[in-house]
Design a protein around this ligand. Structure first.
Ligand code: NCD
Length: 305
């Protein structure tokens, strides 16, 4: 049984193959429009989502399949006290593949042990978000043409921002990649990412509190929102929420070929005035996410086209 819980489960060859499938879907969507006929995707979302859930659903519909599921934990039996593994085992009787988002780290892994069908982690707490990383990787590939020789700035809430954790993990496998980790002191990347990923793979990185001092060095600037729902105390959130706001003024110091990325939703960390700058890629990421989720569903269901 194949699942996608952590981006490291996909080799560089797997990623390349997913990108090739996604590019082929973009070229010829009609070829794929019936290939998942009579297959069902269940979206089990125990946490809010717009892009991830709807793009999984759109992906399955565009493959000719069907979708069932729920978008809030209080409309499922979780509200009655059912365990994640029992919910997964139940849904595995109805669906061919499951995409699950959950506020608890590790919940999709637990689900994968009893579901009996492939389980995709659609975000687990402040831990990982591998399918956002697939969207990010296709965006980087389409913008830069390669994953090598890139200086990537990650800015904002690097502690709770699960998309950053999965992105660092994926990009650390390519040649001559460097990271500039820009965050307030309290929201630095967790230590295990530094020791087990960056240092273990000999990836150069610096940590800084300043966006202005670093923006000129970057090939990619990956902005993130401060993750309000993971804070223990509202006062800390309010103090930190506007730590970074990317404006056209700040972008003057950036390279012409910078790619500005953001997993969205944006709160205040990128001014809307940046949206028309040709370097803004965040709405391209949204579309790329749907194509990569289509490619992933095909891979996990072992559908060949
Ligand atoms: C991200 C997430 O859920 O982690 N959103 C998304 O899936 N695109 C980022 C965020 O919520 O800040």
């Amino acid at each position: 049984m194949r699942h996608l819980i952590d981006i490291q489960q996909l080799s560089q060859e797997d990623i390349q193959q997913l990108i090739e499938t996604a590019m082929d879907i973009i070229e010829d969507p009609v070829k794929y429009s019936e290939v998942c006929r009579h297959k069902k995707l269940a979206t089990l979302f125990f946490e809010p989502s717009t892009r991830t859930r709807l793009s999984f659903e759109a992906a399955m519909y565009e493959l000719g399949g069907d979708v069932l599921g729920f978008s809030e934990s209080n409309s499922s039996s979780a509200a009655k006290g059912e365990s994640v593994s029992d919910t997964a085992r139940t849904v595995g009787c109805y669906a061919d593949i499951i995409a699950m988002r959950h506020p608890k780290e590790g919940a999709p892994l637990v689900a994968s042990r009893t579901a009996g069908v492939p389980v995709i982690n659609a975000g687990d707490g402040g831990h990982n978000h591998p399918t956002q990383t697939l969207a990010d990787l296709l965006t980087i590939y389409r913008e830069k043409g390669s994953f090598n020789n890139l200086t990537i700035g990650c800015c904002g809430d690097l502690k709770f921002g699960r998309t950053v954790h999965s992105l660092i993990s994926a990009m650390s496998r390519y040649d001559n990649v460097k990271f500039v980790l820009i965050s307030p002191e309290e929201l630095k990347v967790p230590k295990y990412i530094k020791t087990d990923v960056l240092e273990a793979k000999g990836i150069p990185y610096i940590e800084s509190v300043s966006l202005e001092e670093n923006i000129g060095k970057l090939d990619i600037l990956y902005m993130t929102r401060v993750q309000r729902e993971r804070f223990f105390n509202e006062a800390d959130y309010l103090r930190l929420k506007d730590s970074y706001v990317l404006t056209p003024e700040k972008l003057k110091a950036a390279r012409e070929d910078l790619s500005v990325m953001h997993p969205l939703p944006r709160v205040n960390e990128i001014s809307v005035a940046v949206d028309d700058d040709p370097r803004a890629c965040y709405f391209k990421q949204v579309l790329n996410g749907k194509y990569m989720r289509m490619a992933l569903i095909l891979k996990l269901l072992e559908v060949t086209v």
